[in-house]
Each structure stands twice: as structure tokens, then as C-alpha cells.
Design a protein around this ligand. Structure first.
Ligand code: 5GP
Ligand code: ZN
Length: 111
């Protein structure tokens, strides 16, 4: 499997993990864009949000819950969730991931 996030989920590539269980892994982004910037991924390979099917609804909902819980554990009440789909939107890794950013003023709309 050549997917880098599948390798992270499988423990083949070391990351700074903030949370993991049988369904999801949360880890710090290698190239942080805010004082707190981590990713939450499902262990199951989904190419991105456009690949979500009805059977993944519970899993992708859990990704959101874990993102909020880890942000709170890291002491952040204000945060932003970002999920990119496709290169024009900035997606570079084609395994569904939730970005969680916090700790600085975030502009709206995003660039
Ligand atoms: P995307 O641009 O696809 O929405 O986000 C991919 C994110 O994954 C980027 O923010 C990038 O910094 C992060 N990333 C890519 N490879 C690695 C890695 O090997 N380890 C970690 N911790 N983050 C990575
Ligand atoms: Zn994958």
C-alpha cells in the first residue's frame, strides 16, 4: 500500500500521535500552519470527502468528534476544521483527513 496515511495508521511511519483507537488516529501535522495543527484520519482508506458513502457516516462523524475532543484536551476551545477535496482545494494526500487548527486568529474566507 503506497498511501502515506495508511502507513501512518499502520505504524510504518512515525508521527507525534495525540490519540488513537481502533477506528481513527490523530497526529500532529509535519508542517504546522497554527500553534496547534493536527490531523485526524480514519484507519480505513477513503480517498477524500467525495469518497464517503453511507456506510462511512458513523466513522467520518467520529473523526469530527475526536477532532473536537483532542482540541479540548490540548486546551483549545476555538478551532477550525478543514477538509480538502481535490488538488484545486489544496488536497495533497489522498486519504481522508480532518485538519484541526487553533491558537491564532484565522481569517475568513480562507485563501
Ligand atoms: P492536504 O494538503 O492533503 O489537505 O493535507 C496534507 C497534510 O499532511 C499537510 O498539511 C502535510 O503537512 C501533512 N503531512 C504530509 N505528510 C506527512 C507526514 O509524513 N507526517 C505528518 N505528520 N504530516 C504529514
Ligand atoms: Zn490511505
Amino acid at each position: 500500500m503506497s498511501c502515506i496515511f495508511c502507513k501512518i495508521a499502520g505504524g510504518e511511519i512515525p508521527v507525534a500521535k495525540l490519540y488513537e483507537d481502533e477506528d481513527v488516529v490523530a497526529f500532529r501535522d509535519l508542517n504546522p500552519q497554527a500553534p496547534l495543527h493536527f490531523l485526524v484520519i480514519p484507519r480505513k482508506h477513503l480517498a477524500g470527502p467525495a469518497a464517503i458513502t453511507a456506510e462511512d457516516e458513523r466513522l467520518t462523524g467520529k473523526v469530527l468528534r475526536v477532532g473536537a475532543e483532542v482540541a479540548r484536551k490540548e486546551g483549545r476551545s476555538d478551532f477550525r476544521f478543514v477538509v480538502n477535496n481535490g488538488p484545486q482545494a489544496g488536497q495533497t494526500v489522498f486519504h481522508f483527513h480532518l485538519h484541526v487548527l487553533a491558537g491564532r486568529d484565522l481569517t475568513w474566507p480562507p485563501g
